[in-house]
Every structure is written in structure tokens, then in C-alpha cells.
Design a protein around this ligand. Structure first.
Ligand code: IYR
Length: 228
């Protein structure tokens, strides 16, 4: 029979300012985040990348399986191969695969198949989902809620990068199989997201788009308003 589960005291993080101040400061920080496609060539120390990946790795996950791998790439040759692979898929996307409606929705972003930022950004973080538990030899090898788990981890990574003053881009060339070959990943790893990371270029511009206001994204109690 399995040993009884073990419990330890909870080490509760307490902000060094009142909770609402802390919440609002964090909100201000993350709400200034924008997807950036113009990176400076100023280097980013590896320790910074390690720290934001460690923050991502603190995410909750199904049965604590931590079904993620973050491959950090700063080798110019590997970045070039990734750019070539992504641009080949994106060319097909823009020329053939994307329906008109999708291209219409993307118009405001000004994107096309040209992806120089995949070489300009000092780091690329390729995020993979682990489709089996690589350390679990005795048990089932199972992984659970993998998309939810890796999605949460990526959200933390983006927030950690933003908090450090770094700029990021969530890039999803589709399909992303080329990443497995270039990065020589094992068969049980599936590409999830490609995240260029760096400092924004001095003349960095972003699309003139806005986020929905709180009252459009939040509901209180039942539909129709709160019953006080
Ligand atoms: N992957 C393509 C197209 C694209 C799709 C969505 I949905 C976006 O929000 C942005 C771009 C590209 O990166 O150009």
C-alpha cells in the first residue's frame, strides 16, 4: 500500500504593502504588457531567463506532474533555423491555410509571414508539453490537464518577464512540428508556444488595440447582477 500522504506547514507569501496596493501595482505592471515584435539587440543575461522560467515552473499542474519543458535558445544558428521553419509554415498560413475571416481579424495587427524577430530577439523560449511523465517509472506515467497546466505556466512566464522589464511575444506558427526536429526533442514532447524574449527596440511600435474593460470581462454572482 502507498505511504500516507505527507503534509508540511504552508509558507504563506505576504506582500510588504496592503493587499489592495500590491494587487493594483501588479495590475499596473501586467496591464502595460504588450506583444512586441521589435526587439533591441541588447543582450539579456541567462540568469534573467532562468529566473522567469523558474517562475513558470512554479505553476500548479494536474497531479503536480509539471508537464512542461522550456527550451531556452540564444544560439544564432539555432534561431535562424527556427525562423526559417516558422516562416515556411507562416507563408503557407497567409497564402493558403487561413480563411478570409481570420486574415481579416489579423489585419489590425499588421502581421505577415516575415518573422525577423525570431532572430533579433536575444532569446527564444520554446515551450513543450510533456505527454507522459518522464520520471514516473513505477506508476502510470500519466499526465493530466496538460493544456491548462502549461497554459498557466506560460502566463506566469509572461508576467515574470514583464515584471523584470522584458518584452515578450507569444508566437504560434502552425503546425510547430519543425521545432521538435530542430531542437531534437523526444517524441513525448509536443510544441506548445514559441516565446521570443528581449528588450524592446528603442523605436518599438505596437498595434493600437485595447483590452476589454473590467465590466465586460467580469460577472458577479448570477447572470443579471448581484443579489445583495
Ligand atoms: N501565426 C501567425 C498568424 C497569427 C495568428 C494569430 I490568432 C495572432 O494573434 C497573430 C498572428 C503569425 O504569427 O503571423
Amino acid at each position: 500500500m502507498a505511504a500516507a500522504p505527507q503534509f508540511i506547514p504552508y509558507d504563506h507569501w505576504k506582500p510588504d504593502e496592503p493587499p489592495l496596493n500590491a494587487a493594483q501595482r501588479f495590475q499596473q505592471c501586467v496591464s502595460k504588457r504588450r506583444t512586441v515584435r521589435h526587439f533591441s539587440n541588447r543582450p539579456v543575461p541567462k540568469e534573467l531567463i532562468e529566473s522567469i522560467i523558474a517562475a513558470a515552473g512554479s505553476a500548479p499542474s494536474g497531479a503536480n506532474k509539471q508537464p512542461w519543458r522550456f527550451v531556452a535558445i540564444d544560439d544564432p544558428e539555432v534561431k535562424r533555423e527556427i525562423r526559417d521553419g516558422a516562416e515556411a509554415e507562416e507563408q503557407l498560413f497567409y497564402d493558403q491555410r487561413a480563411p478570409e475571416r481570420w486574415l481579416g481579424d489579423l489585419h489590425q495587427l499588421g502581421t505577415d509571414a516575415h518573422k525577423p524577430h525570431l532572430e533579433d530577439a536575444p532569446w527564444l523560449i520554446a515551450v513543450f508539453k510533456l505527454m507522459q511523465d518522464e520520471y514516473d517509472n513505477n506508476l502510470s506515467g500519466g499526465v493530466y490537464y496538460v493544456n491548462e497546466s502549461v497554459g498557466i505556466a506560460c502566463g506566469l512566464l509572461l508576467a515574470a518577464a514583464q515584471h523584470a522589464g522584458l518584452a515578450t511575444l507569444t508566437h504560434t506558427p502552425s503546425p510547430m512540428q519543425f521545432l521538435c526536429q530542430i531542437l531534437q526533442r523526444p517524441a513525448y514532447e509536443r510544441p506548445f508556444l514559441l516565446i521570443p524574449v528581449g528588450w524592446p527596440a528603442d523605436d518599438c511600435m505596437v498595434p493600437d488595440i485595447t483590452r476589454k474593460p473590467l465590466d465586460e470581462i467580469m460577472a458577479h454572482n448570477r447572470s443579471g447582477g448581484s443579489s445583495t
